[in-house]
Design a protein around this ligand. Structure first.
Ligand SMILES: NC(=O)c1ccc[n+]([C@@H]2O[C@H](COP(=O)([O-])OP(=O)(O)OC[C@H]3O[C@@H](n4cnc5c(N)ncnc54)[C@H](OP(=O)(O)O)[C@@H]3O)[C@@H](O)[C@H]2O)c1
Length: 222
């Protein structure tokens, strides 16, 4: 499976400001790029805090791109995947209801039986994979069985760190906005516990964009 992390960050590496409410970082043209990347992906994955705090739709916004997916024999929207320790979503959540993508939730024994039933009734495929944290390798094995070959990870910093330190990421695509948020507690591209000797990367492509941003594509050396 090919795994790509896509993020929008500020020059100081922040993927949100200290308020942690999903601050706008991408430009309109970057959103169009993200939409194309989503349309090319079999599945889009987010971490638990992004899922519960922001309730993202994770759909393909462009009708043309959705039609093109259908013409290629796919569903209009990619599969949505959530990795969440305690899956306290409501049945009305946008993640569960928006678009036509199948929803897969990987969670832990911290999610109650009632909540598991609610999610399944809302149409999600729910797998309990771990006591406190979701076992990522087991989750990926499950996704492979579902035919997922291209997985786009859309943050946040905690889930990016988990994927990267487990050696699961092939490429990182970063939109760097001409913006600085600062704040020691604002989330960054990769949070988690940190890696002392650093994850090594190869720069594959660098573009200066008309909106003042920079788009960088890296291959993760494994
Ligand atoms: N700019 C962008 O491109 C972008 C994209 C997405 C998100 N964001 C921002 O990122 C921030 C959220 O990031 P975050 O780091 O707080 O949270 P996150 O990465 O969205 O979610 C991490 C949480 O997932 C749960 N989890 C369960 N199993 C896990 C595993 N195996 N490995 C890692 N986590 C696991 C944990 O919940 P428990 O702690 O409950 O166990 C963990 O705290 C928000 O501010 C959001 O706006 C920015």
């Amino acid at each position: 499976m090919k795994i790509i992390i896509n993020v929008a960050m500020t020059l100081d590496g922040k993927i949100d400001n200290v308020a942690r409410q999903g601050a706008k970082i991408s430009s309109d043209s970057d959103w169009e790029r993200v939409d194309r990347l989503r349309a090319e992906s079999d599945a889009i994955l987010v971490g638990g805090r992004t899922l519960l705090d922001e309730d993202p739709r994770l759909t393909v916004k462009s009708a043309t791109l959705r039609d093109e997916r259908v013409a290629r024999g796919f569903e209009p929207d990619p599969v949505k995947v959530g990795i969440v320790s305690k899956a306290t979503l409501t049945a009305k959540s946008r993640f569960l209801t928006a678009g036509r993508g199948k929803v897969i939730i990987f969670t832990t024994e911290q999610t109650s039986a009632t909540q598991l039933a609610l999610l399944r009734e809302a149409g999600a495929v729910v797998c309990v994979l771990g006591k406190k944290r979701v076992d990522l390798n087991a989750a990926l094995a499950f996704l492979e069985e579902w035919g997922i070959e291209n997985l786009m990870v859309e943050g946040g910093g905690g889930i990016n760190a988990a994927f990267l330190t487990a050696g699961l990421v092939n490429e990182i695509l970063v939109y760097i906005a001409p913006l600085i948020f600062g704040g020691a507690n604002a989330p960054t591209l990769v949070d988690g516990k940190g890696v002392l000797d650093g994850e090594k990367l190869n720069l594959l492509n660098l573009e200066k964009l008309d909106d003042g941003g920079i788009l960088a594509k890296y291959k993760v050396i494994r």
